[in-house]
Write a protein that binds this ligand. Structure first.
Ligand SMILES: NC(=O)c1ccc[n+]([C@@H]2O[C@H](COP(=O)([O-])OP(=O)(O)OC[C@H]3O[C@@H](n4cnc5c(N)ncnc54)[C@H](OP(=O)(O)O)[C@@H]3O)[C@@H](O)[C@H]2O)c1
Length: 287
């Protein structure tokens, strides 16, 4: 990864931090895109101490605020006209209905829509590297339970009808569909793949959840995959020459033998989600 520029969202904690550290070990020049800049700088210091690679740059990025996404992309396009790898890793799970700053349902907004906008705005930089850029979307096996409710992407049905697990599954299905459609639209100059990292013992289940969910997650966490190992598939997709020409696939444990759900393979649904997402972020797609 020497000389490669790798942008990682949510790089200050959990799977993202370990992905960043392991790619730093391989010599990559990292851009850590973090909601909280202070946490981002702490992560950069940690990565430098652990790997001796002090080339990390920290940029602010709040995926729940499309203006922040647009500003990050503008800065990146100026500073880094070529980006070799974009890892759309950041994500949340929430029990209750919350909205982004742009009034979209929070899990759909952060896990899908913010990344959709970021990736689209960065396309010129991702299509620039000679080998072609790699886009990696961290999805989840939860997508197998997902369906896209186009009538409720802004929480129109209200908090009583809100099912946090279903909203999470929907957002992770959106990651799979976005991957598929991105790969279809840009077959020549980039690859796009998504993955399930395993069930990983991060603090993912403690951050936007109620007391009960957080307590259950705490009991479960010691038995889950260690965060270092949770980064395996992302690192494989970012760095391995084996997948240089592979695109539009879903990976689990560094393999794409498992197919995504039927909905995740639905080309018509992937196109519809792309078009709807494009309309939702339209004010921010132009400079
Ligand atoms: N852990 C699992 O078992 C598991 C299983 C399947 C899939 N995944 C997926 O793996 C990815 C990483 O999860 P994780 O387990 O590593 O969770 P984590 O430890 O909670 O890390 C999530 C990262 O996303 C960042 N983030 C959250 N909201 C953001 C926003 N609005 N803008 C920018 N960044 C934001 C967090 O920042 P803060 O630190 O500031 O909150 C953090 O850096 C997620 O996409 C998740 O869906 C996880």
């Amino acid at each position: 990864m020497q000389g490669k520029i790798v942008l990682i969202t949510g790089a200050n904690d959990g799977i993202g931090l370990h992905t960043a550290q392991r790619l730093a070990e391989k010599g990559a020049q990292l851009i850590l895109a973090c909601r909280d800049e202070r946490k981002g700088h702490n992560a950069a210091t940690l990565i430098s101490q652990r790997t001796g690679n002090s080339k990390s740059l920290v940029i602010p990025l709040d995926l729940a605020n499309l203006q922040s996404v647009q500003a990050a992309a503008e800065f990146l396009l100026t500073e880094h006209p070529a980006i070799d790898v974009l890892i759309n890793n950041a994500g949340i799970f929430s029990n209750t209905l919350q909205l982004t700053d742009d009034h979209f349902e929070l899990q759909f907004g952060v896990n899908h829509l913010g990344h959709f906008l970021l990736t689209n705005l960065l396309l010129p930089a991702l299509r620039c590297p000679q080998e072609g850029g790699r886009v990696i979307n961290v999805s989840s096996a939860a997508h197998y339970h997902g369906k896209i409710d186009f009538e409720n992407l802004s929480g129109e049905k209200g908090s009583k009808a809100y099912d946090g697990m279903q909203a999470y599954a929907q957002s992770k299905l959106a990651n799979v569909l976005f991957t598929k459609e991105l790969a279809r639209r840009y077959p020549e100059d980039l690859t796009a793949n998504c993955l399930h990292p395993g069930v990983v013992g991060t603090h993912f289940g403690n951050k936007h959840t109620n007391f009960l969910t957080s307590a259950i997650w705490n009991l479960y966490r010691p038995f889950a995959r260690k965060p270092y190992r949770g980064a395996d598939t992302t690192v494989y997709l970012a760095a391995s020459p084996e997948v240089r020409d592979v695109s539009g696939r879903y990976f689990d444990q560094c393999q794409c033998v498992k197919r995504p759900s039927e909905a995740g393979r639905d080309e018509g649904l992937a196109r519809r989600l792309w078009e709807v997402s494009e309309r939702m972020v339209a004010p921010f797609l132009v400079g």
